[in-house]
Design a protein around this ligand. Structure first.
Ligand code: CP
Ligand code: NVA
Length: 315
């Protein structure tokens, strides 16, 4: 069973240092530029992807990435496992531990990925929960580094819309790296207070500035990067009443008039065109969403190498 001293999982970037995040991003870039040098680093390793929610990018990029690194990938759907008939995640984790080398899971509660990690010795990767989406943010950071934006002096990065798993992970990742971030959302929508407490402490160390702004025009003013995500996340389908309140936070050409002319537009995708972002903006020259999506593949390859190297070093 798990040696508690070895940090073997990626459940949230909260557990990671700036140096560790940079190491993953460096590996991602190295594998992206020299893929041939890494075509068998997962040889003989069996890795499962388990989905309790739909996915396109995460599923395909992990499956292809594992294959490109020489590993074998199994895609599992909890409805067709005994999980669907009530076997617990803890018991299922013990079975995964016996057969697999790593498990990547997309589910609802953050506690579920924690339970799986506690009940097996193999690396567990959070592929999105209601609370965090760390793999997405690694790809976002890689994209911003490629654009020479992440460590730009006085960078103004603004997330518009629903405070959710993506904005939580952006807040954590940027704070770890000491990069300023603004969240622009309606006053009534708040980032989890425990997370804000954690960020306050981390921010005092990393010296980044976290700004919560409710006025869209003010938030967009002079922005270098504008990021948005869906207003209604998976599992929140009954919260349709939020839409009206969110309309002033739509990323559209009017909002962009306040930003820098070369503002980079980001979205983790899938996009709801005409809701959180207009097609005009999503398809514009300012949009870097397709590069961002491609980097899911590369960032996750960097992550897998990082986790297995660490596991091998600890043996
Ligand atoms: N951005 C993201 O995680 O996309 P999928 O839901 O398609 O995996
Ligand atoms: N916040 C979104 C992200 C999708 C990748 C959701 O959880 O549905």
């Amino acid at each position: 069973m798990k040696d508690k001293k070895i940090k073997k999982d990626l459940l949230s970037l909260k557990d990671y240092s700036k140096e560790e995040i940079i190491k993953i991003l460096d590996m991602a870039e190295e594998i992206k530029s020299e893929p041939g040098n890494y075509s068998d680093i997962l040889k003989g390793r069996n890795i499962a992807l388990l989905f309790d929610k739909p996915s396109t990018r995460t599923r395909v990029s992990f499956e292809v990435g594992i294959n490109q690194l020489g590993g074998h990938c199994l895609v599992l759907d909890s409805k067709n496992l005994q999980l669907g008939r009530g076997e617990t995640y803890a018991d299922t984790a013990k079975i995964f531990d016996a057969y697999l080398d790593a498990v990547i899971i997309r589910t609802f509660m953050q506690e579920t990925v924690e339970t799986i990690a506690e009940n097996c010795s193999i690396p567990v990767i959070n592929a999105l929960t209601d609370k965090y989406h760390p793999c997405q943010i690694l790809a976002d950071m890689q994209t911003l580094i490629e654009k020479n934006l992440l460590f730009k002096k006085n960078l103004k990065f603004v997330y518009f819309g629903d405070p959710n798993n993506v904005s939580n992970s952006l807040l954590v990742g940027f704070t770890k790296l000491g990069v300023d971030i603004t969240i622009c959302c309606p006053k009534s929508l708040k980032t989890d207070e425990f997370l804000m407490e954690f960020l306050k402490k981390e921010s005092a160390i990393s010296k980044n500035n976290i700004c919560i702004e409710n006025e869209p025009t003010k938030a967009a003013f002079g922005a270098d990067v504008i990021y948005t995500d869906v207003w209604i996340s998976m599992g929140q389908e009954e919260q349709k009443e939020k839409i009206e309140m969110m309309m002033p936070y739509q990323v559209n050409s009017d909002l962009l008039k306040n930003a820098r002319p070369d503002v980079a537009i980001m979205h983790c995708l899938p996009a709801h065109r005409g809701m959180e972002i207009t097609s005009e903006v999503l398809d514009s020259d300012n949009s870097i969403v397709w590069e961002q999506a491609e980097n899911r593949l590369h960032a996750q390859k960097g992550l897998l190498k990082f986790l297995f190297d660490r596991q091998d070093d600890s043996k």
